[in-house]
Design a protein around this ligand. Sequence first.
Ligand code: U5P
Length: 226
Amino acid sequence: MKKIVLSLGGSILVPSLESNKIENYRDVLKEISSKYQIFVVIGGGGEARRYIGAARSLGIDEATSDELGILITRINASLLCWALGDLAYPAVAENYTDALKYAESGKIVLMGGVTPGQTTDAVSAVLAERLRADLLINLTSIDGIYSKDPKNNKDAVKFDSITPEKLIDIVSAGTMGAGSNNVIDLVAAKIIQRSRIPLLVIDGKDPENLKNVLLKGKLFGSVVIA
Ligand code: U5P
């Protein structure tokens, strides 16, 4: 079975606790997990950013603020994990070796953050490298990779396909602090470059997009390939 790692933003899965997409993603993950071995790395979303903001205003340093972010990613991952019931290994992996062990169950494996100084994008890239995954998919709030942040720059250009080197150029221009929001973090981009694992960036707001790519063979978003 092909191994697919999904990096699923917290703001995609849980925009708020009241209106979350967990049920929709549960249905899609159920379908795709019959064809692929699936690993899902969940981000912290707005909740992590709120906690990090509160920590900063208390004078707590960035690395310690990151630890708070990691806790929230694990809470989000736990919610999806337990919502998946029998389809998922019933614990969130806290390191890569555990994720590999949990995968022996043949079930969907869930993971959140691991260590300060990065985001869950980096976790998903390292996990993909450890697994020799066939594909890494980043499900985010924009529909691909742009030359600049399209939310603030009207002249941003979307790329259908770029090299890992070009990706590094683009993300190097971004900032790096706890809770930072780039299309993908620099650590992840560097791992993608060295591992040569293809990355697909698609809009995750509609969970059907994942099905369209993996089950219907439709190609959209942006692909990073060496
Ligand atoms: N975080 C880390 N290390 C990880 C994953 C996450 O420090 O391995 C922290 C960062 O502060 C990040 C926040 O911005 O948790 C939420 O994760 P994400 O939604 O940005 O991926």
